[in-house]
Design a protein around this ligand. Sequence first.
Ligand SMILES: N[C@@H](CCC(=O)N[C@@H](CS)C(=O)NCC(=O)O)C(=O)O
Length: 212
Amino acid sequence: MFTLYGDLGSGAFSAEAALAEAGAPYTFELVSLEKNEQRQPAFLAINPSGKMPALRLGEGQVVTESAAILLTIADNFPQARLLPPQGSPDRAQAYRWLAFLAGEIYPFVEIVDYPERFAPEGAAADSIKAIARARVRERLLLVERIATGPFILGSGFSLLDIYAAMFSRWKGTLGREWRDANLPLLGALSQKVAQRPAIAPVWERHFGPISS
Ligand SMILES: N[C@@H](CCC(=O)N[C@@H](CS)C(=O)NCC(=O)O)C(=O)O
């Protein structure tokens, strides 16, 4: 049994969708971002960096970092084929874009969500937020260009689709109007991800109906 810690609509979506797609047994422990519970001692004991998601494996060990969690789930459930075959060109592309989303985009989400953490005394948190949002948009547009469909990789559905769809749903980070006008392919991809039978209920809990 796995235990997933996180909030609805957060990075925990990607981990939960992967667990559901793999048919893994898991429980979901809610950690409220609104109540700042990720910074309380109970959660810091699970992930000292105060970030979600965190996944407790059956043996009790904890894995954090969303990309590491996704790869761990793929490793644990090879029959779910959450990644293209090992050694294939598409496997390399899956690693490439997972790393891009995790390393080049996710850190800017913290700046958009919590600009005051990055604004020294007197600095304008609003302009820092605007700059970070521009970087997220610019980089997600690179992912939009490769999402030619139906899935990002020619070999078919993978973890990358779950992860990219999640980033494109964060309308608070992207701005809903901008997202709808600029990410049509990621929008179509999100529909596909949201409609997968195992993921559909997870998507609904985290993001509501796909149209919103
Ligand atoms: N590098 C981390 C980033 C995770 C992250 O920033 N998660 C957000 C929620 S989507 C969070 O926990 N934010 C709370 C905070 O920064 O206090 C990962 O990939 O898991």
